[in-house]
Design a protein around this ligand. Structure first.
Ligand code: NAD
Length: 299
């Protein structure tokens, strides 16, 4: 892997983190977004990231300043990608927006450029043709707060050439990620293939009135030694996201338990401003949630 120049397209929540982390690890990074306003917001995000890196990673001022110096900002796609060995796409999770983006990108990017999507829910095969270079296209999926939660799920679609798959795995390692190869397309990658059904199982125990929130979490924590139970994890994910997932399932299946669960999350949590950790309350109250009390794991 001899990548030197990386382009990150879309500099929102995840794009800014990917760009900053990549620059922090010594790569030259071109950041692309649609207009000056979006670029302005991106620069503000980078300033906050500098503080996060200093607090969480004990990075020095010189280190975070050097990372920032390796970033350039662009609103012209052809210019942003002109030197790119790899382009990482982190634009909105909307099929039409991504398809149009890849069509344009395929026309203006140099032949050498490998394309990777950070999409959480869409599969790379959906866009492979639009890129015009399916063999050089794959998914590279990060988790929010990439500098601490450093997973990189690298996923092929059937047309991805193994050479580029291996290169992107090496690149992910080079920017400090733990690279997790997925050899076949899988909606939800590894993490959400495990997490979504797990969280849903916990929520169904609640809505069926089998057991309460704390009992479910306590069971999981004592029996497996895990630091968080499913409802504590749901507070991290955010109850809005959980509600969206359940509502989609209710609409798709019409099953009463999903309909009831969507209602419960809406009326008992979202309507009351309990949206999870970010609002200070969800299934638990923060900053001192009940599950953090050593007595929580006792009778
Ligand atoms: P976001 O809304 O914070 O950022 C999207 C950015 O893309 C914005 O800066 C926007 O101006 C820009 N944009 C819009 N249209 C564009 C276009 N045509 N070309 C270039 N840029 C464009 O979104 P996000 O949360 O950073 O998510 C981006 C991608 O990352 C999605 O595919 C999402 O599934 C994935 N992802 C998000 C998370 C997360 O926790 N937020 C985690 C993993 C993966």
């Amino acid at each position: 892997m001899d990548y030197k120049n990386i382009t990150v397209a879309g500099s929102g929540v995840l794009g800014s983190q990917i760009a900053f982390q990549t620059a922090y690890k010594g790569f030259e990074v071109a950041v692309y977004d649609i207009n000056e306003e979006a670029i302005g917001k991106s620069k503000e995000r980078m300033m906050k990231l500098k503080e996060n890196y200093k607090n969480d990673l004990k990075a020095t001022d010189a280190e975070v300043d050097a990372a920032y110096e390796r970033l350039t900002f662009h609103t012209d796609l052809a210019e942003a990608v002109a030197q790119a060995d790899l382009l990482i796409e982190a634009i909105p999770e909307v099929v039409k927006i991504k398809t149009e983006f890849y069509q344009k990108l395929g026309e203006v990017a140099p032949e050498k450029t490998v394309f990777a999507t950070n999409s959480s829910t869409l599969l790379p095969s959906q866009f492979a043709e639009a890129t015009g270079r399916p063999e050089k296209f794959l998914a590279l999926h990060f988790a929010n707060t990439i500098w601490v939660n450093n997973t990189a799920e690298v996923m092929k679609h059937p047309g991805t050439d193994m050479k580029f798959f291996d290169e992107v795995i090496d690149f992910a390692k080079a920017i400090g990620m733990v690279a997790l190869p997925l050899y076949k397309e899988q909606p939800g990658y590894i993490l959400n293939s495990l997490l979504v059904p797990f969280l849903e199982a916990a929520e169904l125990l609640l809505v069926k009135e089998v057991a309460d929130v704390q009992t479910v979490d306590k069971t999981w924590m004592i029996a497996t030694g895990a630091p968080l139970g499913p409802f504590a994890i749901l507070d991290v994910v955010g109850i809005r996201t959980a509600h969206n997932i359940v509502q989609a399932k209710a609409a798709a299946t019409g099953k009463e338990e999903y309909v009831k669960l969507a209602e419960l999350l809406q009326t008992e949590y979202l309507d009351k401003g309990k949206i999870g950790r970010e609002s200070g309350e969800g299934f638990y109250k923060y900053p001192n949630p009940a599950f953090a009390d050593p007595d929580f794991l006792k009778n």
